[in-house]
Design a protein. Sequence first.
Length: 241
Amino acid sequence: MNASRLLLFLCLSLACAGPALAQAEAPAAFTAPAAPSLTEAEKEDGWRLLFDGKSLAGWRSQKSETPPAGWQAADGELTRIDKGGDIITAEEFGDFELVLDWKISTAGNSGILYRVGLSEPHIFHTGPECQVLDNLEAKDRFKPSCRAASLYDLVAPSADHTKPVGEWNTVRILIRGWRIEHWLNGVLVVETDLASPEGKALIAGSKFNTMAKFATLPRGHIALQDHNDLVSFRNIRIREL
């Protein structure tokens, strides 16, 4: 094959291969996170979603049925992006099992409160809190009963099972009567009964001892705390017991 024919052959080969090479080298298309969902087995066990992954339906603020402006629903995540106040379920719950994932920012602080009433000035006047915290940088890290997954200001977690900032942690909260369990990333870290003599002594020795309705409501709302920091939640599911 002479030089001119060889050059023509090479040009034609590259032209044919071009689209295939471009397709092979192109970055993979972005795939949006899947919306939260439940398996049929989970539904049969009584689980249901509290967050649809794309809207604030089913959520409100403390003083209004409208969700606070500082929260955003996008890509399967419920995120506190600006001041606006705590976000609260429209529904009330008694005994339940709650499972969700949380991801906190550096030095960030938030919380998951339950059996919250709407009549008091603040949600923590009625509802106990499962702490959400950066255990390495947040100001609250120095007090054991204020670290991640603690029963805030009452019971310290048995160990630190948090993942690094920027990664998702899974929390599981069980409440029957006032017997409470907090699980973090598959490990039981808090177990107590606030209605027992020992539980009442814990409350009496805490910041909640002047709050007459604290840990007294048989039913209440679930709240995610606005503590002025960036925090995200996802896969929020509950089953009533």
